[in-house]
Write a protein that binds this ligand. Structure first.
Ligand SMILES: Cc1cc2nc3c(=O)[nH]c(=O)nc-3n(C[C@H](O)[C@H](O)[C@H](O)COP(=O)(O)O)c2cc1C
Length: 196
């Protein structure tokens, strides 16, 4: 495990040499950090599996190593409480991700990037709790929200205090001038999934 942590540290050092402004840890979408964190994928019985404290150990060791390279404010962490691709699942997303957010507070990282869509397959399934407002409450740094937002819903998320920044992915693919279009309230090209 320490060898894997040091690979992340090396990547962070390389990003610095390459002239990046900071790094975002990809703890979402079934990537390695996510696989350790969630109880649907982490079946280990050693010090890195079982309780939430143990499942969060690897992601937090990686975060600590990367903060050691960049300083806390140049590090962000992307997570996806409801991502269900690649057989990913968790029995209690609010509890799991709250614990992670509280521990990331300790490291004083710059932001959390929450991929919990407001609609579609990345959204909280019907009848389950949205995790974004809970993380907003727990986490002390900046919050970025991600998933199915447009100008209107993005402004609304900021207005109700749920986010500091909003990500746009798919709308950008069909509209490289997206900020200008949003500013002018202009119509948008429709995304063409076949050419993604
Ligand atoms: C074509 C395409 C490829 C993507 N590839 C990845 C990927 O490799 N890894 C990942 O974690 N997210 C990936 N994403 C998800 C985006 O990072 C983002 O979370 C998502 O697009 C949600 O924002 P949106 O609804 O505004 O598009 C991809 C999205 C799109 C549209």
């Amino acid at each position: 495990m320490p060898g894997i942590v040091s690979q992340f540290q090396t990547a962070a050092e390389n990003a610095k040499v390459a002239g990046f402004d900071g790094v975002e840890l990809h703890g979402a979408n079934g990537y390695l950090l996510d696989q350790f964190l969630r109880d649907g994928s982490n079946r280990r019985t050693d010090a890195y599996g079982g309780s939430i404290q143990k499942r969060a150990r690897f992601p937090l060791e990686v975060a600590e190593a990367v903060v050691g390279v960049w300083g806390s404010q140049r590090v962000g962490y992307k997570l996806s409480p409801h991502f269900a691709g690649y057989s990913m699942s968790d029995s209690n997303p609010p509890e799991t991700f709250s614990y992670l957010a509280e521990q990331l507070n300790r490291l004083r990282i710059g932001y959390l990037h929450v991929a919990e869509a407001i609609a579609g397959p990345m959204a909280a399934p019907a009848g389950t709790v949205r995790v974004t407002p809970i993380l907003r409450d727990k986490f002390n740094g900046a919050m970025i929200v991600n998933g199915d937002y447009d100008a209107h819903s993005g402004h609304a998320a900021i207005a109700r205090g749920e986010a500091d920044l909003v990500v746009f992915g798919v709308p950008f693919l069909a509209n490289p001038d997206l900020p200008a279009r949003y500013r002018k309230n202009a119509s948008l090209n429709l995304p063409e999934h076949a050419t993604f």
